[in-house]
Design a protein around this ligand. Structure first.
Ligand code: NAG
Ligand code: NAG
Length: 321
């Protein structure tokens, strides 16, 4: 932290306001901006046989580009560090992206490390130390497990299908879609702008019946699975800057496999661009920083080289760790 005495004072003042009022954390610390954010991405565990020769952990480049396109840099975060090391990393990065994948949401290393960051983020935000988290697909599912304290997922298959969103009334007053052009919001409910690649999800019924989830998140959109079940497709924290999408905004601009239904229309690209900017703007409100430029440079994903994977996966490029 490198706040001056004065801004520390302002910080505490706002933090106090936050504790005593219902103000959203996003309304806090508006004087603070960090134009050199670093968003952490937790590496995912390789489960696909064809990827195993390359490494145990990976991040598809599309997620990295998604974050970079919003004006942030990316730090890949390994799953083999100690709690103390994660705490140190937390104090230096400005947000966290939990990506898709196929791992156990309670017992995997991915889930265990995500839980450490989730708890640190809860505590930090409570103190007015703004820290956003975004979960995509499995990442969103994991956020719901962390909040509910149990895995409530059910079969909600929507595999390789692009869908419009069934927006709730809360979407209109959400932070995520704030300032989106009306034309895009209309397109979002009518055109297939969101790519779905999942077998499990959270049903709307389960969400609405679970007090912890209902209290924590606003439901911004729903969709209907192949089996007719309505599932939660977009959520945002009411009090915390935590966001979840069951669909994949990163594919709209950065994945091109012809066998997969990736939305590439102008509206699909615009949607993904605005969401990347939105999340990185959230990261700009975090004043965490590295001790020095050398330390920062040594951990950024620029040190790693993605592998061409277009001929054996649905991704064009993948970082392996
Ligand atoms: C959209 O969501 C509403 C509830 O918010 C539900 O009643 C309706 O059936 C849904 N429609 C579709 C097409 O998913
Ligand atoms: C994919 O292409 C690379 C060359 O770019 C090649 O080395 C590799 O063997 C190919 N992999 C498969 C599974 O075909």
């Amino acid at each position: 932290m490198s706040t001056t005495g004065f801004s520390t004072y302002v910080w505490l003042f706002f933090a106090c306001c936050f504790c005593c009022s219902k103000a959203m954390p996003t309304k806090l610390n508006q004087e603070a901006t960090n134009d050199r954010p670093v968003i952490g991405i937790l590496t995912q565990i390789v489960s696909d046989e064809v990827m195993k020769p390359f490494g145990r952990n990976y991040i598809p480049s599309s997620y990295v580009k998604f974050i970079e396109s919003g004006g942030s840099r990316v730090m890949p975060i390994r799953l083999t560090l100690t709690s103390d090391e994660y705490e140190t990393i937390f104090s230096k990065i400005n947000g966290l992206l939990l990506i898709g994948g196929a791992v156990n949401l309670e017992t995997s290393d991915f889930a265990t490390v995500a839980k450490i960051f989730y708890r640190l983020a809860l505590r930090a935000n409570d103190k007015g130390d703004f820290f956003p988290i975004w979960g995509t697909c499995l990442g969103m599912q994991l956020l719901t497990v962390l909040v509910a304290g149990e895995d409530l997922l059910a079969k909600t298959t929507a595999e390789n299908v692009a869908l419009p969103l069934n927006l709730t009334t809360e979407a209109a007053s959400s932070r995520m879609f704030e300032g989106f052009p009306n034309k895009l919001m209309r397109a979002l409910t009518r055109e297939p702008l969101t790519g779905n690649f999942h077998h499990f999800g959270l049903t709307v019924k389960t969400f609405q019946e679970n007090e912890k989830l209902e209290t924590f998140f606003s439901l911004l959109s729903t969709n209907v699975a192949e089996n007719g079940v309505h599932f939660v497709s977009t959520i945002e924290g009411k009090r915390y800057p935590f966001y979840g999408v069951q669909w994949h905004p990163e594919v709209n601009r950065f994945q091109w496999d012809r066998k997969l239904n990736f939305p590439h229309s102008a509206h699909a690209v615009q949607l993904a661009s605005l969401l990347a900017e939105f999340f990185v703007n959230e990261g700009r409100r975090s004043l965490h920083q590295f001790d020095n430029p050398e330390e920062e440079a040594s951990v950024l994903i620029y040190n790693d080289t993605p592998v061409y994977a277009g001929n054996f996966t649905g991704y064009e490029q993948i970082y392996f760790f």
